[in-house]
Design a binder for this molecule. Structure first.
Ligand code: ZN
Ligand code: ZN
Length: 121
């Protein structure tokens, strides 16, 4: 009897190693910029952030028109390196993890065009 232990080598490099947030800033009045430790640079329109709100109520997809109040930001906080908190004018609260933020990112890198410089609106 020679028991052979086949170890599944965890080679999935992308899972379990989420990018971390380096900084957050407001971009104009209608967007938020997120700088990442890996050099990535994202700009999220507030409307998109509200529309993709991952809370139980919204479920990551808000249909229809988003009222102006619902896309006006009252509070913006970085949750360490791994998340972001958004407080809206209508009292709604949104928490994004870094994974969720990168999923909705539409920057040149995520669009698969790393050559293209990111143009600010
Ligand atoms: Zn929500
Ligand atoms: Zn991106």
């Amino acid at each position: 009897m020679s028991p052979i232990k086949s170890k599944m080598s965890a080679n999935s490099a992308s899972t379990g190693r989420l990018p971390k947030i380096k900084g957050i800033n407001e971009v104009g009045r209608y967007a938020i910029g997120v700088q990442w430790i890996d050099g990535h640079d994202s700009i999220f329109p507030l409307e998109s952030l509200r529309r993709r709100c991952p809370c139980n109520e919204c479920g990551g997809e808000v249909a229809g028109v988003i009222a102006p109040d619902h896309q006006r930001l009252m509070q913006l906080s970085r949750l360490g390196e791994s998340g972001m908190y958004l407080g809206w004018a209508d009292g709604h609260e949104t928490l994004y993890t870094t994974g969720q933020l990168r999923e909705i990112c539409r920057c040149a890198y995520c669009a698969g065009e790393p050559e293209k410089p990111i143009t600010g609106g």
